[in-house]
Structures are given as C-alpha cells and as structure tokens.
Design a protein around this ligand. Structure first.
Ligand SMILES: Cc1cc2nc3c(=O)[nH]c(=O)nc-3n(C[C@H](O)[C@H](O)[C@H](O)COP(=O)(O)OP(=O)(O)OC[C@H]3O[C@@H](n4cnc5c(N)ncnc54)[C@H](O)[C@@H]3O)c2cc1C
Ligand SMILES: NC(=O)c1ccc[n+]([C@@H]2O[C@H](COP(=O)([O-])OP(=O)(O)OC[C@H]3O[C@@H](n4cnc5c(N)ncnc54)[C@H](O)[C@@H]3O)[C@@H](O)[C@H]2O)c1
Length: 464
C-alpha cells in the first residue's frame, strides 16, 4: 500500500486540473486514468464533435455559396477520412497536453489503469493485463470517472452493428442512411453533422417532440431548422426490435413499420462509470441511475471522498465538471464557502446555428406561481443575422417581476453560444434586468439586440 495525501480517479474535465492543484498545494497526489487522458470531452465528446460541426458548416456554406453570390463549380462532397484525420490531430494534441501537464506537475504521480476501492480510503489499480499494479491509500479521494453511452434494451441489438458517439467518430466512409435513436444533444448534433456531410439522416424520437427539456416553441424552431436541411424526424418512434440486413446495415421494426439503415447511432443518454469502482467497499451508495449523491461542496456521504463531474448528477457538461473542480479547490485551499447549489445552469446545443440556454425555461417559470415578465425577439430583427443571411431562430428572456432579476433565457440563432453570456453574467451578478437594458452594446452583433429584447418585456400571461 503506497500512501498519498490525495487520490484523483479519472482525468476528466474536473479531475485533471484538480490533481495539478492538489499537487501545487503540496499534497502528494496520485491520479489514476484507465483510458485516454482528458476523458470524454477531449477524446469522444465536445472537442471531436465540435471539430466535425466546423467541417459540416464548411460543406454547408460551400454547398449554398450562391446565396452569398459566390460561385463554386461542381458538386460539393466531403472526405470523411480527411475530416477524421483533422479531428484526430486536434484531439491528439489536447490529450497529449493533458497527459504532459499531469506528468510534469509538482507532487503528482500518474497511474495508468482501472481504479477500484478497497475500502473508503484505499484503491487498487488494475493494468491492461488484468493484474493489480498498485495499491494506494489517501485521506482525500476525488472521483471523476464520467459516463459512457447508455445502450437501450432493444430486441436483437446484439445481432446488429450499431454505433455510439465514440465509434461514429471512427468512421472513414460516409453512411448512406444514418438512423439515429434519440432526440437530444447527441442525436441533433450528429444528425446535422452527417446530413451536411451528405448522408441521408432519419432521427427516431420516442416522444412527440425533440429536446424534451426545452420549451415547445424552441424545440419546434430547432426541428423546422433541421428539417429544412433534409433531416427526417419520426415521432413516437421506438423500435421494438432490430435485425441485420445482408450488407452490414440494420432493419428497425416500429410496430407495423420497417426502416432500413446503413448505420444506426444510439444517442439515448449516458450511464455513470460507477458500477465497477468497488463503491460497496467504501460504503458509498449510488442512486438507481448510478449517480453519487453529493452536498453543495461536492462531498459524498463518506468523509474524505468527493464526487465531481457527470457522476454527481449536478450537471453533465464540461463547464459543470470544471466548475466542480473550482468549487472543491476554492473550499479546500482558499477558505471559500462555495456551493454547487449557487450554480446557474447554462448550456448549448451545438447545432449550426446553436441553441444556448441559461436558467429557467418558460415552462419552468409557468410551473412556479411567481409573477414574471417575458419577451421574445426573432433573429430576423438582428442586423448581424440579416447581413449574414442566417436569420433562423429567436431570443427569449424571462424576468422575475418583483426582484427584476433575469431568471432564464434561450437564444436559438447565430452566435447564440456567445451572446447568452450577457445573460449568464447579469444573472450571476444578481443585477436587475435594467442594468443590461441600459448597457450600450456593439453594432452589429447579436448581443446588440439584447437591450431591445428587454424593452419588450410583458407580463407572462397564463397559457391558454
Ligand atoms: C458526444 C458528446 C459531445 C459532448 N459535447 C459537449 C459540449 O459541446 N459541451 C459540453 O460542455 N459538454 C459536452 N459533452 C459532455 C462532456 O463531455 C462531459 O460532461 C465532460 O467530459 C465532463 O465529464 P467528467 O469530467 O465527468 O468525466 P469524463 O470526461 O467522462 O472523464 C472521466 C475519466 O475517468 C476515467 N475513468 C472512468 N472510470 C475509471 C476508473 N475506474 N479508473 C480510472 N479511470 C477511470 C475515464 O477513462 C475518463 O478518462 C459531450 C459529451 C458527449 C458524449
Ligand atoms: N452540446 C453539449 O453540451 C452536449 C453535446 C452532446 C452531449 N452532451 C452531454 O451528453 C449527455 C448525453 O447526451 P444524449 O443526447 O445522449 O442524452 P440525453 O439524456 O440528453 O437524451 C437522450 C435522448 O434519448 C431518448 N431516449 C432514451 N432512451 C430511449 C429509447 N430506449 N428509445 C428511444 N429514445 C430514447 C430520450 O428521449 C432523449 O431524447 C447529455 O447529458 C449532455 O450533457 C452535451
């Protein structure tokens, strides 16, 4: 048993910076990684998918160049092999950067292998050969093991070739017909990417609309936008069973209906990597989804054990995992009293144009009894959008009538993922919406229209 002051399990978006910080504070720190350094975001999540979004946009702009008066002769096709090579270079640099950062950090020792608890304050490390290569102990253990794709129970799935976000990113030949099960982030981002690359794309949505967490007007606008690019949606579509076709494809049965895909992508959510961590030996429970409960400071029910990132159920994004790290580090080393309970949730769906969100949706606000104000503004009103010839979408903001604080905003449209920060920061400051309304914003930007949006605030009337 090798003693350390701290052990970090997993090098995701919270674990890697936390290990470096612990070491910098003089704690003898072990960090254990069983797979690729940098975790999901760097290797099979944000970075590769956003690299693909950029390539897909290039194809889309080239294909529609005439709209901007630009002549491109001949048809536009993509080279998926080249796109993958570009992506691999980008993620390779990030992965190596994280690994080098950890290996060169003061007081940090890196272990490659799978970590499992032996008891509440010691873990074993199992190497690729299946043998235990180290046993480590520490008073402080930080778990940052992330999630993996959730594979739904569909009869016959084990008999067909299917893809997840990870294996889709390994393709070098374009699917002729990509069928995607799911109606959320992964489904929509991949649907648009591969449609723009040139595949036929069908999205099978279990419910009656995509983006189940969003307001209906937002979801419908997103659906219209993607449908206009030729993506087909089927609602209330849950395959009962699947079977292989003769040529590597998949037949999907939905009641009396049959659909044939060259490629099937499962985008049906994620499951936490907590099932093979030996948590029972640490007497650390998980909920029915495998998530580890934490308090505001990200401490689990076992003293000296923290859970950060996707596995604590307090966010499932890179920025929430990194914010977890910042909360833990500030409380441990800066005498701060930061709590995850103070977090204002924000995220984006990186379609092109993206959907960016912060705080409550209109539906969330309607479920409360507080009097609220609402304003919406179509992107058609935004000069920047008209100049770009990309006017899809709208902005929506919700304000608490009594406190005048902004309580939520959505922007679907160009630069939404940047413009949303004007709301995030005003909300974080706890300022009245009037502060933002009176700010002078730069012309011609999307943010320029935010004060105008706020000029239009009206009482939120009961839904009819
Ligand atoms: C396709 C896709 C696109 C995404 N796009 C975005 C985006 O645009 N923006 C955004 O904010 N978020 C995005 N996300 C979510 C984001 O990737 C995660 O929220 C983020 O990576 C945070 O994860 P984490 O820190 O909890 O752990 P992870 O990044 O998942 O890292 C966990 C690490 O722990 C290791 N590990 C697991 N078990 C063990 C063990 N027993 N022993 C040792 N090591 C172990 C794993 O190998 C992994 O390296 C995306 C996710 C996916 C799947
Ligand atoms: N832009 C981003 O920040 C981004 C991008 C991609 C992924 N992510 C993260 O990755 C996580 C996973 O994303 P996701 O889109 O897979 O998951 P999700 O949990 O957001 O959505 C899962 C979707 O699959 C559907 N579904 C679930 N089981 C099904 C079944 N058996 N049959 C048919 N449909 C089914 C659900 O109705 C839902 O539409 C998210 O939590 C998100 O935080 C973030």
């Amino acid at each position: 048993m090798t003693p350390f002051d701290a052990i970090v399990i997993g090098t995701g978006q919270g674990g890697a910076p936390l290990a470096v910080k612990l070491g910098a504070q003089g704690l003898k720190t072990a960090v254990i990684e069983r797979g690729a350094f940098g975790g999901t975001c760097v290797n099979v999540g944000c970075t590769p998918t956003k690299a693909y979004v950029a390539c897909a946009r290039a194809a889309h702009v080239a294909r529609n160049a005439e709209q901007w008066g630009v002549q491109i002769k001949g048809s536009i096709t993509v080279d998926l092999d080249a796109i993958k090579t570009r992506k691999d270079e980008i993620i390779g640099r990030s992965r190596e950067g994280v690994e080098q950062w950890l290996r060169s950090a003061d007081n940090v020792t890196v272990f490659n292998g799978h970590a499992r608890f032996i008891d509440a304050h010691s873990v074993s490390v199992t190497g690729a050969d299946g043998k235990i290569s180290a046993q480590l102990s520490a008073d402080k253990i930080f778990i940052n093991t992330g999630t993996r794709p959730l594979i739904p129970e569909i009869a016959g799935l084990e008999t067909v070739r299917y893809y997840t976000n990870s294996s889709m990113l390994e393709l070098t030949n374009l699917p002729s017909h990509l069928v995607i099960i799911g109606g959320s982030y992964i489904a929509l981002e991949f649907a648009q990417i591969f449609r723009r690359f040139g595949s036929r794309v069908t999205v099978l949505v279990r419910g009656q609309r995509i983006l189940g967490r969003e307001d209906e007007d937002v979801a419908l606008a997103m659906q219209d936008m993607l449908s206009a690019e030729g993506i087909q949606f089927r609602f209330g579509a849950e395959p009962s069973h699947v079977e292989p076709t003769g040529h590597g494809g998949v037949k999907l049965w939905m009641e009396a209906d049959v659909l044939e895909a060259s490629h099937l992508l499962l985008a049906t959510g994620r499951t936490p990597n907590t099932d093979d961590l030996g948590l029972g030996y640490a007497h650390l429970p998980t909920d029915h989804q495998g998530l580890i409960a934490v308090d505001g400071q990200l401490r689990t029910s076992v003293p000296g054990v923290w859970a950060i990132g996707d596995i604590n159920g307090r966010g499932a994004f890179t920025h929430t995992s990194y914010d977890d790290y910042q909360i833990v580090a500030a409380n441990l080393f800066d005498g701060a009293h930061r709590s995850v309970d103070d977090r204002i949730m924000a995220y984006a769906v990186f379609t092109d144009p993206p959907l960016a969100r912060v705080g409550l949706s209109e539906s969330d606000v309607r479920r409360t009894t507080k009097p609220a104000l609402i304003a919406t503004l179509p992107m058609q009103r935004v000069g920047r959008a008209r100049e770009r010839g990309e006017t899809t979408g709208f902005m929506k903001v919700l304000v608490d009538e009594r406190s005048e604080r902004i309580i939520g905003a959505s922007i679907l449209g160009i630069e939404a993922d940047e413009a949303i920060h004007t709301f995030i920061d005003t909300m974080r400051a706890g300022a009245s919406y009037r502060v933002l309304q009176r700010a002078m914003h730069i012309h011609p930007t999307v943010s320029e229209l935010v004060p105008t949006l706020l000029d239009g605030l009206q009482p939120l009337k009961p839904a009819v």
